[in-house]
Design a protein around this ligand. Structure first.
Ligand code: NA7
Length: 539
């Protein structure tokens, strides 16, 4: 008899995979109901993204007070943010504070990596398998696995032969890494690489950055928050959350309604100067309304940022290497930096373009490119994630008839409201593909509330199965694809368009995110709930 056969009834009403921001809030909401809930978390602590990504310099790129949970007035009253863009240790402390305050740990099993989730048609339940070989049955499965949580390594030969220390930023160790005075390599210049590089450069012996394609970066302009300022922010919370609620992507910034060509060249320049000097994402999200749609508008803003890079980097050749030529400003996520470009003015920092001189292999002592060998004590891989669907792919997830989610989504990425998938009854996704991502915690709170209301509705009406019909899936998927049309972002290879050259089968662009407005997304989901979820097959 296997473990599985021993169970005669479900172990839980709900199993949640992941104790990051979405899993924690989901657990809070389910706590208020008389349900048996278990959260399985692969890490040894809470926090998800903010647990794993403890690399040097990791911090928010949205304003701290717009990122924290909004659901508890007490929590808002009690927690003080100390910086406008909080560093990772502060956010991890915050999420631990939340877990303690709401006594969440007693329902979380740590060091519990979910390896399989198989729908059992006869019993109308999910069988969840863990890495330790145990199995757990549940009526509902909620995936809180995060859109950026499956780290990917490059496929260079010899990675395992390196005799120094090597780390992926997304799997950074808890024990301190001492890079002061050492010879360090960073591979990758996305948002993570940029934060790592500018931090490591402060104390490193020698830093070599291996860049494939550069990104358009913009100054973060972080500042500490004094007690007095925090008191003002606290008073302003209702307004801050209202702004997030009303904005297209849940950030505090909204696009300027004007188009770039509506104003004179002098006005445009002045506007961009002001935005470049402002903290946060205003230049990306609060820019003229057409910079991500109109090629000429996008070219002009890109030219502006290119001039800034040239002004800030002393060596003209290095400056040119740091200016993207294959995509315009904002069409990939904009890394926010603090003296990132100035790091390249240090005599102990080198930039290697691996488009010009590719990495041939990692050797026991360093990195061999097509034109030289460099020796290192530490190699840091800031090479990103198998985004959005990657964390699902790493679980053997099977729905009705044993259909694999990974294979289904390889054929076509289809969802209903980004929450459910046809053939995967009672599986609800938090921050799954085709949802509004943006300033993620704002979207998480909505997503969790919607899923919780649906579970309430089912229980109140004696329903035990929720599945979207193909027609509902088609309608939502078509809408997601339609709203992505015309966006320059969707013409560019990035994690946002599902491209990852390190992962087999992820070389074709897909529409993985809902690029429409978050207010529309919420109104659409509200409408479905108000109509009694008739677009779902509930039985
Ligand atoms: P990103 O933005 O996907 O960046 C990964 C970086 O690593 C990027 O510069 C890649 O170059 C580079 N990369 C990936 N694979 C390789 C190989 N094989 N060789 C060389 N360079 C490589 O991930 P991040 O972690 O920085 O940020 C992800 C999100 O987290 C970010 O947008 C924020 O939302 C938070 P490429 O550009 O593909 O040429």
């Amino acid at each position: 008899m296997t473990d599985k056969d021993k169970h005669t009834e479900f172990d839980y009403d709900v199993i949640v995979i992941g104790a990051g921001m979405s899993g924690l809030y989901q657990l809070c909401r389910l706590r208020q109901r008389n349900l048996r809930v278990r959260v399985f978390e692969a890490g040894t602590g809470v926090g998800g993204t903010w647990y794993w990504n403890r690399y040097p310099g990791a911090r928010f790129d949205s304003e701290s007070y717009s990122y924290g949970y909004s659901f508890s007035q007490e929590l808002l009253d009690e927690w003080d943010w100390t910086e406008h863009f909080a560093p990772q240790p502060e956010t991890e402390r915050y999420l631990n504070y939340v877990a303690d305050k709401f006594d969440l740990r007693r329902d979380i099993q740590f060091s519990a990596r979910v390896t399989s989730a198989i729908f059992d048609e006869d019993r109308n339940c999910w069988d969840i398998g863990l890495e330790d070989g145990s199995h757990h049955r549940t009526r509902f499965l909620i995936t809180a696995v995060g859109p950026l949580s499956a780290p990917t390594m490059p496929k260079f030969e010899g990675i395992k032969d390196f005799q120094g220390e090597s780390y992926h930023t997304g799997l950074w160790p808890k024990t301190p890494v001492d890079y002061a005075g050492k010879r360090v390599a960073v591979i990758g210049t996305g948002a993570t690489g940029v934060q790592t590089i500018q931090e490591v450069a402060k104390t490193v012996g020698h830093l070599t950055v291996f860049q494939r394609r550069p990104n358009w970066c913009k100054p973060l302009r972080n500042k500490p928050i004094s007690k007095a300022e925090m008191a003002e922010i606290r008073k302003d919370y209702p307004n801050i959350f209202k702004r997030c609620q009303e904005s297209l992507s849940c950030f505090m910034h909204s696009p300027d309604p004007r188009k770039a060509m509506d104003v004179s060249e002098a006005e445009r320049e002045a506007f961009w100067e002001q935005q470049y000097a402002e903290p946060g994402f205003s230049m990306w999200i609060g820019n003229f309304s057409d910079i991500l749609m109109d090629r000429e508008a996008n070219r002009l803003v890109s030219d502006f940022v290119a001039r800034k890079i040239r002004e800030r980097v002393d060596d003209p050749e290095t400056a040119e290497l740091l200016i993207p030529t294959d995509h315009g400003f904002g069409t990939r996520r904009v890394p926010q930096e603090t003296f990132y470009y100035e790091a390249y003015n240090q005599p102990n920092v080198d930039l290697v373009s691996i488009l010009k001189t590719p990495i041939e292999r990692i050797t026991p002592t360093g990195i061999q490119t097509s034109d030289r060998h460099c020796e290192f004590d530490i190699i840091i891989y800031a090479t990103g994630f198998d985004a959005i669907t990657g964390s699902f792919d790493r679980i053997d997830l099977r729905g009705v008839g044993g259909e694999s989610l990974k294979e289904k989504w390889r054929r076509a990425l289809e969802t209903y409201l980004g929450v459910q998938v046809a053939g995967f009854p009672n599986m609800f996704m938090l921050m799954g593909p085709h949802t509004a991502l943006g300033n993620i915690p704002r979207s998480i709170e909505y997503n969790v509330d919607w899923v919780t209301d649906l579970i309430d509705h089912m229980r109140e009406n004696g329903l035990t199965r929720s599945e979207p019909p193909q027609a509902s899936v088609d309608a939502w998927t078509d809408y997601v694809i339609e709203t992505s049309e015309g966006l320059l972002t969707n013409e560019i290879d990035s994690w946002m368009t599902g491209i990852n050259w390190n992962v087999e089968g992820k070389q074709k662009r897909i529409v993985a995110r809902f690029a429409g407005s978050a207010p529309y997304y919420r109104s659409r989901c509200d409408e479905v709930a108000a109509a009694g979820y008739t677009e779902l097959m509930l039985s």
